[in-house]
Design a binder for this molecule. Sequence first.
Ligand SMILES: [Zn+2]
Length: 94
Amino acid sequence: MKDPGLHCPVCGSEKRENKRYPLYVCATCSANIEDESGRQLAITNTHEGDGIVITYADTGEERKSRECIVQGIRCFARQAHFGGVVIQAFDEKK
Ligand SMILES: [Zn+2]
């Protein structure tokens, strides 16, 4: 079992350790996020409110949930501490 703190929880590629967001998803995987039915999502960093808005890429409609699916793995998006967006996998083993 690979250490999810050192490997992307989606694709398993090596990543830098991040103590604040240990289960963050690598940049390659973060670029391709979907909802539960496979619709492509886009994340916009608004720098206002809680910082991010998730929209459907096809319609531009806002998605209320912060959850997203990355290659079948349930994840959630949030604004990173120093700005930008971080996508993390849920820790379903706990
Ligand atoms: Zn990855």
